[in-house]
Design a binder for this molecule. Structure first.
Ligand SMILES: Cc1ncc(COP(=O)(O)O)c(C=O)c1O
Length: 443
């Protein structure tokens, strides 16, 4: 019965997106699964994008979508922001990449260090993956310990140490929360170096951290869990982890690749919990490839090469390239405290209005999120940890996602999304109205 309703939504999608279908078939000849990025794909095939403008994107079939994905939350000023386009054009005319530094490298570093409480100094990379990798490397070198702790269900990019227990299958879960391989053939040694913790269970975390304290370099975590539809962690839990790590000589690394957008100083400023190291990405590059990591001077100085050899070498052909720097600086210029306030207020309005619609239609829901981030979960109880995510109704989620595509709204496949500075209350009202229409169809 329900899957009939899904088929109706899918049929409509197929008939709206014929050119995308042809392109997906063609792409599959040259790219595994026709894709180069997991999150870019959804069933039966993704829309191929022609262009973006403001807070809309347009696919190759000419369909318009209100874009709540904005490239995985990164385009906080929307697509092709005129200020960014202008600066990119100018910079391209001067040169897109040099082997030497440019003054804007200092300018963007200064903005980040002044805004984000944990940053004394910072280094740039080209992705959030590299940022978490190099933050972990700093923690290992600083503490001279080899293990790291991460959370079950936590995503921190593609590198080995964090590609463990990201999305483990139910059958692989153990009562002891043992690490689960990210892929067949992943070396045993990597698994031995990773301790897995459960979100929101301070007792279990504390006992594991105490057990492994002599070999644990750091705990890496997101203060707002992106893969759980932007579920913020309880303040008591965050504070608890901060206190225990401090007591045990384990560094705390916040992955703020996504959560940085909730205030000018990120989630750490919002919660008042300051990590030793922070990994960043997405919004700080204004829509261009970026990552950065930073923290306490005494830790980051391990990367200082100026007096001979750095303790940790760090290279990257496009690190701190001027295109990313100008786009990042233009973005930061627009992200004033007032901008964050209005983005966050709008996020709260959206969450409240969504809750009201679900309640009117008597459909159980948890609307998660914080600031300008939101997630929709077909379930009765808030998500507390990875294992509790299994309780959500995935068929309803897929029907809502596909139904909204048919109505011209693009969400992440997890029915989560992010606002940008161009979002207005009237966009929220449209989105909520369309969500209601789809819910009435699929309920
Ligand atoms: C929380 C988090 N950490 C790290 C990453 C990796 O960043 P990137 O995709 O730029 O490598 C992501 C990407 O989505 C992320 O959401």
């Amino acid at each position: 019965m329900e899957s009939n309703k899904l088929n109706i939504e899918i049929d409509r999608y197929l008939s709206n997106t014929k050119k995308s279908r042809i392109l997906q078939e063609k792409a599959s000849k040259y790219l595994p699964g026709g894709s180069t990025r997991e999150a870019q794909y959804f069933d039966p095939y993704p829309i191929f994008i022609d262009y973006g403008k403001g807070h809309y994107i347009y696919d190759v079939d000419g369909n318009e979508y209100l874009d709540f994905v904005i490239n995985a939350t990164s385009l906080i000023l929307g697509h092709s922001h005129p200020g960014i386009v202008e600066r990119l054009k100018y910079q391209a005319s001067k040169g897109t990449a040099f082997s030497g530094p440019v003054e804007d490298l200092i300018n963007l570093s200064e903005v980040l260090c002044e805004r984000i409480p944990s940053l004394d100094t910072v280094r740039f990379t080209n992705s959030g993956t590299e940022a978490t990798l190099l933050a972990i490397r700093a923690a290992r070198a600083f503490t001279k310990k080899n293990k790291i702790a991460k959370f079950e269900g936590g995503y921190h990019g593609a590198h080995e140490s964090v590609a463990i227990s990201v999305n483990p299958a139910v059958n692989d879960l153990t009562d002891d929360i043992d690490p689960v391989r990210g892929y067949i053939g992943q070396p045993e040694g990597i698994l031995n170096d990773v301790v897995i913790l459960p979100f929101n269970n301070l007792d279990v975390c504390e006992s594991k951290l105490r057990e492994y304290k002599d070999s644990l370099a750091c705990v890496i975590m997101e203060p707002v869990i992106s893969s759980f539809g932007y579920t913020p962690l309880d303040l008591d839990f965050l504070t608890g982890i901060r206190n225990i790590t401090e007591e045990l000589g384990i560094l705390l690394v916040f992955d703020e690749v996504q959560s940085l957008r909730i205030s000018s100083g990120g989630a750490q400023q919002h919660f008042g919990v300051i990590p030793d190291l922070t990994a960043m990405g997405k919004i700080i590059g204004g829509g261009l490839p970026v990552g950065a990591f930073g923290g306490r001077e005494e830790i980051m100085s391990l990367y200082d090469q100026s007096e001979g050899k750095a303790v940790i070498p760090h290279s990257g052909t496009f690190n701190g390239n001027p295109m990313t720097l100008v786009a990042g600086l233009e973005t930061m210029k627009h992200l004033t405290p007032d901008t964050y306030n209005s983005l966050n207020n709008l996020g709260e309005t959206l969450r409240q209005k969504l809750r009201a619609v679900f309640s009117e239609l008597e459909i159980p829901v948890i609307i998660s999120g914080i600031g300008s981030l939101f997630g929709i979960h077909f379930r009765n109880e808030p998500i507390k940890d990875y294992r509790s995510t299994f309780e959500s109704d995935k068929l309803m989620r897929r029907m809502l996602f596909t139904g909204l595509l048919n109505e011209g709204v693009l969400l992440q496949g997890q029915t989560a999304g992010a606002l940008n500075v161009l979002t207005e209350e009237n966009d929220i009202d449209n989105f909520v109205r369309l969500t209601r229409e789809v819910l009435v169809r699929i309920k």
